[in-house]
Ligand binder design. Structure first.
Ligand SMILES: C[S@@+](CC[C@H](N)C(=O)[O-])C[C@H]1O[C@@H](n2cnc3c(N)ncnc32)[C@H](O)[C@@H]1O
Length: 287
């Protein structure tokens, strides 16, 4: 397997979390594909000099405080799945585009037999993705930065309703880039919906401090290029970017009152911690 950049490596933690949760007692999600992929990756990672890879192989994500992280990722994945299912119940022949897809197997989990699916990520990730997934008549891969808007040409002729999902992507981008991306999607695909994970600005500000940034990278064994840039204060914040950007709803991990989160459920009572990282749902209408 080719070496991944620091930013692409971030796909490994949610992937291993989905595999870990699938193999746990009373799993919240069933992602057999993540189990299959991680078992194959373990054989490659066993001898790797990378502390992150060795940590993942040893199953460290499944221990102590990290167990909560697994539950967090699993609940987030389950919620994104539900958003997709809800969209397809309203638009059975709709199109779903997963931006920054990593090694997500969402298409196989929720395929209705009619949905048209696009998985987009950086070329180095799509190259690896192709070792584990195959394109079909209704599921396609796009090897591109989400910020190189030429990828939108592949969808230009569709008359169908589109849902864009971004699980764990936007926080790694700069605010100007996120804004250009959303305005471009609105302009190119008016009427589309967007479901994306967002970081709270207060976390972004904490991580601007060198000490906390280094701690964050150290704790997760992430490379120095993994920096969180983009955050919002309130779910409705994108509405200020232009006419026709309509906030529909939002979800935080605490909304599910999941027992597996244990003491972490106490965060639900803190306005800030409740929404340190959460999901927002928008419609991008004609401006
Ligand atoms: C935290 S991972 C999440 C992966 C996947 N959504 C999941 O939940 O398993 C972030 C993903 O965003 C991708 N990414 C980062 N910057 C990107 C960009 N400019 N264009 C496309 N993908 C990008 C990374 O390669 C990585 O796969």
């Amino acid at each position: 397997m080719e070496a991944l950049s620091d930013i692409s490596e971030t796909l490994l933690v949610p992937l291993y979390a989905r595999a870990g949760e699938t193999q746990s007692k009373n799993p919240l999600i069933n992602d057999r594909k993540a189990v299959e992929i991680t078992e194959k990756l373990n054989k490659i990672f066993e001898t790797s000099p990378s502390p992150l890879y060795r940590r993942l192989v040893k199953g460290k994500l499944r221990r102590s405080a990290n167990k909560k992280l697994i539950v967090f990722f699993a609940l987030r994945t389950r919620r994104f799945d539900r958003y997709c299912r809800d969209f397809l119940s309203r638009y059975p022949d709709g199109v779903i585009v997963e931006l920054g897809c990593g090694l997500s197997s969402r298409f196989s989990r929720i395929d209705t037999g009619a949905v048209e699916w696009y998985d987009l990520d950086l070329p180095e990730v799509i190259e690896i993705r192709k070792q584990f997934f195959q394109e079909t008549a209704r599921s396609h891969m796009i090897a591109s930065s989400v910020l190189d808007f030429r990828w939108m040409e592949q969808l230009a002729t569709t008359k169908k309703k589109i849902l864009f999902v971004a699980e764990g992507l936007l926080m790694y981008l700069h605010e100007d880039d996120v804004k250009s991306l959303i305005l471009k999607m609105q302009q190119q695909f008016p009427g589309c919906e967007l479901v994306c994970e967002v970081e709270n600005t207060f976390i972004i500000n904490v991580l601007k401090k060198e000490r906390w940034k280094k701690k964050f990278q150290r704790d997760y064994h992430l490379g120095p290029d993994v920096i969180l840039y983009f955050g919002i204060r309130e779910g409705k914040d994108f509405e200020t970017w232009g006419q026709g950007i309509v906030f529909l709803d939002e979800w935080t991990v605490f909304d599910d009152h999941e027992k597996k989160l244990g003491w972490m459920n106490l965060f639900a009572f803190s306005k800030r911690l409740r929404k340190s990282q959460w999901i927002v749902h928008y419609q991008l209408q004609y401006p």
